[in-house]
Design a protein around this ligand. Structure first.
Ligand code: UT7
Length: 342
């Protein structure tokens, strides 16, 4: 399902009235840093392999007592403060995660209680690394239709809890974190210009957590076989990721009628530096416009884009009026791209 605001398809210039905007952004990552050198001590890997194949140098890993909602709530409070919005102004909360506190209730419910939101609708979406962009696109339609005025959208993960720390093909790749955005009504010139989102469930077994759901409930055997951890055919995922991300960014740029020169910053999902570079190259976006956090956080799935947006805003890499392109790809497979004016 795709959609673009009709007037935006023809005109995406500064000053055009467009969709719901990000009013405030915030992030929270655990303090604990685990470097590639730390991992060299535990498994058969090397800093050189991880850095050259992925771009990752270190990642943040949550301590045992920290769950998804703890990071999510902290990020949400920072986003609210950044937006100058009180918790009771929020009309809905959408939270993307693959590592919920509990299968039910949703992590959004735990966050609602922690942040002190009113008794508004709150729910999780399971779209893996595309979770934040799916959330932004949904929030945009809630705001456009008048169903909600302000929506909190969060991407949060504690992937360290579902990693097999003896599997070098996955455990070196991921990290923990949360990012949140307050989505509110457009103001002049800012907001979502164009988006695309999609999924292909035929490819689900290339990246998944096999046990713990109704297909394979938890047993002693599933735990012994490490079936509650991330299983990924990395090389195959890589090829699909490049193709889907490239297609998605070209599609949104065309829909909005913008060229690579109009883009101020490209903030891709941070899974692999080579995927990010290949996507940027295909779209003609120079590498200096590609924002990277992968070196310090690894792949934090649904959190990676909002954390990167928060860091970029804090560093002054995104300023009011800038045209920002984002794109994600993840388990499902799912993908999404969004082009918006900050
Ligand atoms: O965020 C959601 C979507 N996820 C992604 O987009 C991830 C997509 N995939 C990737 O980023 C890459 O495929 C990986 C980084 C996961 C792997 O890189 P690759 O270049 O595709 O490597 P590979 O899987 O083809 O493995 C190459 C070699 C293998 O050895 P042999 O069989 O050639 O002897 C692996 O065993 O690298 C070996 N290897 C490692 N060596 C040292 C795999 N993991 C490691 C490791 N340290 N941690």
């Amino acid at each position: 399902m795709d959609s673009t605001t009709p007037q935006v398809a023809v005109k995406a210039r500064r000053g055009t009235i467009v969709g719901a905007r990000i009013e405030g952004i915030g992030a929270a990552v655990p303090d604990n840093v685990v470097t590639n050198h730390d991992l060299e001590q535990r498994i058969d890997t090397s800093d050189e392999w991880i850095r050259t194949r992925t771009g990752i140098v270190e990642r943040r890993i949550a301590p045992p007592e920290i769950a998804c909602s703890d990071l999510a709530a902290k990020a949400a409070e920072r986003a609210l403060e950044n937006a100058g919005v009180a918790p009771d102004e929020i009309d809905a909360l959408i939270l993307g995660t693959a590592t919920p506190d509990t299968p039910f209730p949703s992590t959004a419910c735990w966050v609602q209680a922690k942040v002190g939101l009113r008794k508004v609708p709150v729910f999780d979406i399971s779209a893996a690394c595309s979770g934040f962009l799916y959330g932004y696109i949904l929030a945009d339609s809630l705001v456009r239709t008048g169903t909600a005025r302000k929506v909190l959208v969060i991407g949060a993960e504690v992937l360290s809890k579902i990693l097999n720390w003896e599997d070098r093909t996955t455990c070196v790749l991921f990290g923990d974190g949360a990012g949140a955005a307050v989505i509110g009504p457009r103001d002049e010139g800012s907001g979502l210009l164009a988006h695309t989102w999609g999924a292909d469930g035929n490819l689900a077994p290339l990246l998944w957590q096999p046990a713990g759901g109704s297909r394979t409930p938890a047993t002693v055997e599933t735990v012994e076989q490490r079936l509650h951890t991330i299983h990924m055919k990395g090389n195959e995922v890589y090829k699909h990721a490049v193709k889907a991300m490239q297609g998605a960014v070209l599609e949104v740029m065309e829909k909005a009628g913008v060229t690579e020169e109009d883009i101020d910053l490209f903030v891709p999902h941070q899974a692999n530096i080579r995927i990010m570079q290949a996507t940027a190259e295909r779209a003609g976006i120079p590498l200096e416009k590609v924002y990277r956090t992968i070196q310090k956080y690894g792949n934090s799935s649904a959190a990676s884009i909002p954390v990167a947006l928060a860091d970029a805003a804090a560093e002054g890499r995104i300023r009011k009026g800038d045209l920002v392109l984002t794109a994600a790809f993840g388990a499902g497979f799912t993908w999404a791209a969004a082009l918006f004016r900050w």
